[in-house]
Design a protein around this ligand. Structure first.
Ligand code: FEO
Length: 393
């Protein structure tokens, strides 16, 4: 429990047990679930936690409230990492008023039974006075579910932003941006969170920026990751950059290789790109590195080169999986190239090009494909491919 501002308490927790967020995205450094309690004249809880993540959660609320009942439960977002303690809150505080928008209540009915008289349906821009603090609500649908809204405290200028401005990684002692070395660790994990979870909805993030643009924001309290009180402009700037698909000059090369020939091509292409002056080059084996990290790297750089061997008359299944995930995450403004190897029919590169075009990604006209082993006498095409690609970055 930590006081953030006048009567606003952080009552979040860290999850170091879970291996996969949404049972999909690796959590080697864990994740925090942030919940906030405004212990005002009319106490309000802003979002809850994932069920079972903190056995002390209800005790913490009771301690801060000193015997007073919780009057409001504000639901910014219903994904269970923030909402699965709602049942416990309803059982502990049976008279609590649940605050949400029309979509919140439509979805909530699929999870919890809340008596009609305990629902407070707010509109976009509605206000709610807690006594000292006056809250207002802004709908930000699809950041990252359709019901999502943010809550803004007009009194202390605090934005409870839910998934927006969040990141992976537990809060290891430091909770606030001025207590951590953000660039050393959290920056990469935040971009991975953005690209994996929120990136698909980048246009909606831009819509949220438009909507929140006029607010004076002194503190940002997201539902994951650090709280921004010293420099909230930094996380706003990062999210603006990522949601407008701005990227560093550089190339991510990702290959699928069964017996090493496509891998060798990847290294040859990387070397040729370096000789063309490209400084940021990252090479990955799609069969080894989880797609979560690959999408993160793809978001960071403006060049992407995919390579595959042929496999059962198509491309390698792991490359097929990556292309699917790229189509979901939908990174934009990339220069994309393809390469590959095969033993007889070139099915890998052919299929890769076809699948990219099907998701509206047009690779550079020049591609490179080798048959059999990657020997020096076959490498002229690699050099020409790399020179052409580098010139387009
Ligand atoms: Fe952190 Fe969309 O939930």
């Amino acid at each position: 429990m930590t006081l953030i501002s006048n009567k606003i308490h952080y009552i979040g927790t860290n999850d170091r047990k879970k291996h996969l967020f949404e049972n999909n995205w690796p959590l080697p450094y864990g994740v925090s679930y942030n919940s906030y309690l405004i212990a005002d004249e009319h106490p309000a809880l802003v979002d809850t936690l994932e069920y079972g993540s903190d056995p002390d959660y209800l005790t913490n609320i009771a301690t801060i409230l000193e015997g007073r009942p919780l009057e409001y439960l504000i639901i910014n977002h219903l994904e269970p990492d923030h909402s699965s303690m709602i049942g416990e809150i309803l059982r502990t505080y049976p008279d609590v008023t649940v605050v949400g928008n029309c979509t919140t209540f439509k979805l909530l009915a699929n999870y919890y039974a809340v008596p009609q008289e305990q629902k407070l349906e707010v509109m976009d821009g509605s206000t709610l006075s807690l006594g000292h603090h006056v809250l207002t609500f802004a709908w930000v649908p699809w950041v990252h579910w359709p019901e999502t809204m943010v809550t803004y405290d007009t009194t202390d200028k605090v934005l409870f932003s839910c998934d927006a401005f969040g990141g992976f990684g537990t809060l290891d002692g430091g909770i606030f941006d001025d207590e951590i070395d953000f660039d050393k660790f959290y920056l990469t994990e935040m971009r991975r969170y953005y690209s994996n979870i929120v990136g698909k909805w980048s246009d909606k993030v831009q819509g949220a920026f438009q909507k929140l643009g006029g607010l004076e924001i002194k503190i940002i309290c997201p539902s994951h990751g650090p709280i921004w009180r010293e420099n909230p402009g930094k996380v706003l700037s990062l999210y603006n950059r990522w949601s407008t698909h701005q990227a560093e000059k550089g190339v991510v090369i990702i290959y699928a290789s069964m017996y090493g020939n496509t891998e060798k091509m990847a290294d040859k292409i990387a070397r040729a790109l370096a000789q063309e002056g490209v400084k940021n080059i990252r090479v990955f084996d799609v069969s080894k590195t989880h797609v979560s990290y690959l999408i993160n790297e793809i978001w960071e750089y403006n060049g992407l080169i995919l390579g595959t061997c042929a496999y059962n008359g198509q491309m390698h299944p792991m490359m097929h999986h990556l292309v699917h995930e790229i189509s979901v995450a939908n990174p934009k403004n990339k220069v994309v190239g393809v390469f590959g190897s095969s033993s007889w029919n070139g099915a890998g590169v052919k299929t890769l090009k076809k699948e990219l075009e099907a998701i509206k990604i047009t690779p550079t006209e020049k591609s490179v494909e080798l048959f059999g082993v990657t020997t020096d006498d076959k490498l002229q095409g690699v050099k020409e491919f790399a020179a052409d690609f580098a010139s387009r970055l």
